[in-house]
Design a protein around this ligand. Structure first.
Ligand code: AMP
Ligand code: GLY
Length: 421
């Protein structure tokens, strides 16, 4: 079959890598893609936020199946447009993607289905929000309601920080995303990510992961989109996964269906685990980045069969073939990220990296110019490896880094530390 993947990051490179290995794949196109993706698939320059453009491209290229990587096209209704045109599409409708696109919507769903999450209040008015913070005290968490590219959440250690966040949000720092603000109880515990495929009724867990959000070693420095990840997440034991399915994921799926907006795609539950019990931190309507890279490294070619079972409503009979393995990815970012950074530096040594079922360098932000690969984003490469143990996966990934020659980049040296210590 002919398959189109939308997106241009390491997540989409890893999806393309896994899908490409499945014998059902005839033609694989990624839009807009990047330099690494172009080494294994066709790339196409289409506006992935424009549903009509995506549908027209699918018609011209006899695309049978569309896989939507990032949240922005989901929130823009690209899955709705593609499905309305009769194209098999992996990814939730805009109504269902509100589970990521609106924090207050998610809280409303949790209330309706009884899913455990942080206590909260929502505000459209600065004075009321400030009064609430003064009454609750710190630590406290302030969130812009809408999509803010991962920057709309302030975990405030002091009341002053929380009040400043309110001023920023109602002052327009996050645009329309900050017109409504959710203020939450600060939860303690260990965070992990749980990935579940759902066809709207049935649900199939496909893996767990943990990422490292801070820029520097020892989980210090500014928050980023993620500097590395590993799978599985030891804190998400079978028992915790069962509790999260029974109390959080399945009730959410049922509530979405009950409202006439069934959720189809991957539901990424960000969980806070304490004393063997998970509470919901947030949902995402897509695979995590870089969590997807470690999941794909472990699942491989069967991913395409699972995604097709999801879109064709056959998840009840689908099974994951688990290997007792571990995967870990180290993000190479441009110096300065997540602040200002330069584009265009040349990355040397990529050809020396092993690429096989145990090692893969997924590109997150690269471009090719005259045969050279240049950095073209904040997060640039995802050095990913698999092993029989997490330590083996970690050692393989860091050994790959020795082949790279890119002085303008940096990475953390301690990915996986929590699970390894
Ligand atoms: P979110 O975008 O909602 O996942 O928030 C980003 C990060 O902020 C999460 O991954 C957590 O580390 C942290 N966070 C969000 N909400 C809370 C909460 N209620 N308590 C503690 N930490 C939180
Ligand atoms: N790595 C976190 C995310 O994809 O949202």
């Amino acid at each position: 079959m002919n398959i189109l993947i939308l997106g241009s990051g390491g997540r989409e490179h890893s999806l393309a890598w896994a899908v490409k290995q499945n014998p059902r794949t005839d033609r694989l196109i990624v839009a807009p893609g990047n330099a690494g993706i172009a080494q294994l698939a066709e790339v196409a320059a289409i506006d992935i936020l424009d549903g009509a453009a995506v549908v027209a491209f699918c018609a011209e290229n006899a695309v049978d199946f569309v896989i939507i990587g990032p949240e922005a096209p989901l929130a823009a209704g690209v899955a709705d447009a593609a499905r309305a045109a009769g194209i098999l599409t992996f990814g939730p409708s805009a109504d269902a993607a509100k589970l990521e696109a609106s924090k207050s919507f998610t809280k409303e769903i949790c209330d309706a289905c009884g899913a455990p999450t942080a206590a909260y209040a929502r505000f459209t008015d600065s004075a009321a929000a400030r009064a609430h913070i003064r009454a609750q005290g710190a630590p406290i968490v302030v969130k812009a309601d809408g999509l803010a590219a991962g920057k709309g959440v302030i975990v405030a250690v002091t009341e002053a920080e929380a009040l400043a966040a309110i001023d920023d949000m109602f002052g327009g720092e996050f645009g329309a995303a900050g017109a409504e603000v959710v203020i939450e109880e600060f939860m303690t515990g260990e965070e992990a990510s749980f990935f579940v495929l759902t066809d709207g009724i049935n649900a199939l867990p496909i893996g767990t992961a943990q990422d490292h959000k801070r820029a520097f070693d020892g989980d210090t420095g500014p928050n980023t989109g993620g500097m590395g990840a590993y799978s599985p997440a030891p804190v998400l034991t079978e028992a915790v996964q069962a509790q999260a399915m029974a109390e959080i994921v399945l009730p959410t799926i049922r509530e979405m269906a009950r409202r006439g907006t069934p959720y189809q795609g991957v539901l990424y539950a960000g969980l806070m685990i304490k004393e063997g019990r998970a509470r919901l931190v947030e949902y995402n309507a897509r695979f995590g980045d870089p969590e997807c890279q470690v999941l794909m490294m472990r699942l491989g070619a069967q991913v395409l069969d699972l995604l097709l079972a999801c879109v064709e409503g056959r998840l009840a009979e689908a099974r994951v073939n688990w290997a007792d393995d571990h995967a870990l990815t180290v993000v190479m970012a441009a110096r300065g990220y997540p602040g200002a950074y330069a584009r265009g530096s040349v990355i040397h040594g990529l050809k020396r990296l092993p690429e096989d079922s145990r090692h893969m360098c997924f590109h997150a932000g690269t471009v090719e110019r005259e045969g050279r690969i240049l950095a073209n984003g904040g997060r640039v490469l995802n050095i990913t490896a698999r092993g029989a143990s997490l330590a083996e996966a970690r050692n393989r990934a860091y050994a790959m880094l020795d082949h790279l020659d890119w002085p303008e980049g940096f990475c953390r040296g301690d990915i996986g530390w929590r699970a390894l210590s």
